[in-house]
Design a protein around this ligand. Structure first.
Ligand code: SAM
Ligand code: SF4
Ligand code: SF4
Length: 385
């Protein structure tokens, strides 16, 4: 067996300086705000904790995220009031969708209070925001009703297989599948709409779960999305040969079920959507749908409208960024909200990030074992997935 090199990890890679506004004030920029590639700012992902009760090998490998790992101290975390204030500034620039993530967002104490505060905000044209959350599902059975009552619209649950042995190997903390399935049922019963299930497919670990997952969720009114294992972060020992391309997943599915491609439901959608055909060969939406998130084999940077705010108030413009912009002081200073809005506007209008597209043109440097040598990317558990 090859020996894996474990890099020393620090999220403290330094922050980028907030750029000055090019030309006249924020008003002159027009809304929605657009970056250098004309992509609007629509979607804000907010990480509410860098901690997790799972140790998925592709995200928080046990060897790194052990008892000695230095998580953020409580004093560094944005409070709920600060997160809400930050969200307001992003909304003032065109954001319409908020996704809470982490780490495991349901570990953040009283998360429903934050959801209540966010649900009271409105889009620029006075519509309710789309508020959603990505979770490993471990605490969902307990919390689904409270989340719905607080104003959460939707939920995405991560589940990498139906076989307990395979799933436990993925989460690495011996967590059983049945508890996640109960969480999904509880979310449905609570009335959380349009439930999505995320399955990361890793070659040699869980590709045998593709068909069982599709059969299980067909007819259950959820969208099952297959995610290509990504070279995000610097600790998961990512190798290209462990990526199962979406095209291969689709072929596997088509061996046993009839599928039809669907149009994207909105601009900036990360998943390519497919629907199930019924016995008569007609698309039946009641059966749910399948999605493919192909960030390795098919870049979707050209309409990426997502910004990410970390637990401690750093703004990241790309999942694969190495540095963020430190907004914490501006968020904490209640007296000049316009300054925060101007800072975000400055940063977004000068955004150039398109890592996946560039990866296609200039693939990452790999060593002889096929491991990615670009070791300075920030961790997904910190930045929020
Ligand atoms: N803990 C929550 C969860 O697992 O749903 C939220 C945070 S997690 C970082 C968000 C999503 O990122 C999950 O669906 C997870 O499967 C996905 N993810 C994490 N590391 C990944 C990787 N290396 N490649 C692809 N997806 C990954
Ligand atoms: Fe935790 Fe989610 Fe990362 Fe798994 S993918 S370790 S559940 S943050
Ligand atoms: Fe967006 Fe970066 Fe992913 Fe491209 S690589 S889709 S810019 S997050």
């Amino acid at each position: 067996m090859s020996e894996r090199v474990i890099p020393i990890i620090s999220q403290a890679l330094g922050s980028l300086a907030i750029p000055d506004l090019l030309g006249g004030g924020v008003q002159s920029l027009g809304l929605p705000l657009r970056d250098t590639l004309k992509r609007p700012l629509r979607d804000l992902r907010i990480s509410v904790t860098d901690r997790c009760n799972f140790r998925c090998s592709y995200c928080m490998p046990k060897e790194i995220f052990d008892n000695d790992y230095k998580y953020l101290p409580h004093s560094a975390l944005l409070t709920f009031e600060e997160i809400t204030r930050a969200a307001k500034s992003f909304i003032a620039l065109g954001v319409e969708k908020l996704r809470l993530t982490g780490g495991e967002p349901l570990l953040r104490k009283n998360i429903e209070i934050l959801i209540e505060q966010l649900a009271a905000l409105k889009t620029l044209d006075d519509r309710p925001l789309d508020i959603t959350l990505t979770t490993n599902g471990s605490l969902l059975a307990k919390k689904a009703n409270a989340l719905k009552a607080a104003g959460l619209n939707r939920v995405t649950v991560s589940l990498d297989g139906l076989d307990d042995e395979v799933f436990k190997k993925m989460n690495d903390v011996d967590f059983p599948v049945s508890d996640v399935l109960s969480g999904i049922e509880a979310a449905k019963a609570a009335g959380l709409g349009s439930i999505k299930i995320n399955m990361v497919v890793k070659r040699g670990t869980n590709e045998q779960e593709i068909l069982p997952m599709a059969h299980y969720f067909r007819g259950k009114g959820v969208a099952l999305r297959f995610i290509e294992y990504m070279d995000v972060g610097a600790t998961n020992g990512w190798r290209m040969n462990e990526v199962v391309p979406s095209a291969e997943v689709l072929k596997t599915l088509q061996l046993e079920m009839k599928l039809t491609p669907l149009a994207p439901s909105q601009l900036g959608e990360t998943a390519e959507r497919w629907g199930y055909l019924n016995e008569q060969g007609l698309h039946d939406p009641a059966l749910g749908e399948i999605g493919f998130i192909s960030s390795v084999t098919k870049a979707f940077c050209s309409d990426c409208n997502r910004a990410r705010l970390t637990t401690e108030g750093q703004l990241y413009l790309c999942l694969f960024a190495t540095q963020g912009y430190d907004l914490k002081e501006l968020i904490r200073d209640e007296s000049q909200p316009d300054k925060l809005i101007a800072a975000i506007a400055n940063i977004w209008t000068q955004r150039e990030d398109r890592y996946s597209q560039l990866r296609d043109i200039e693939p990452p440097q790999l060593n002889s074992l096929g491991e990615n040598l670009s070791k300075r990317k920030v961790e997904m558990s910190y930045i929020g997935g």
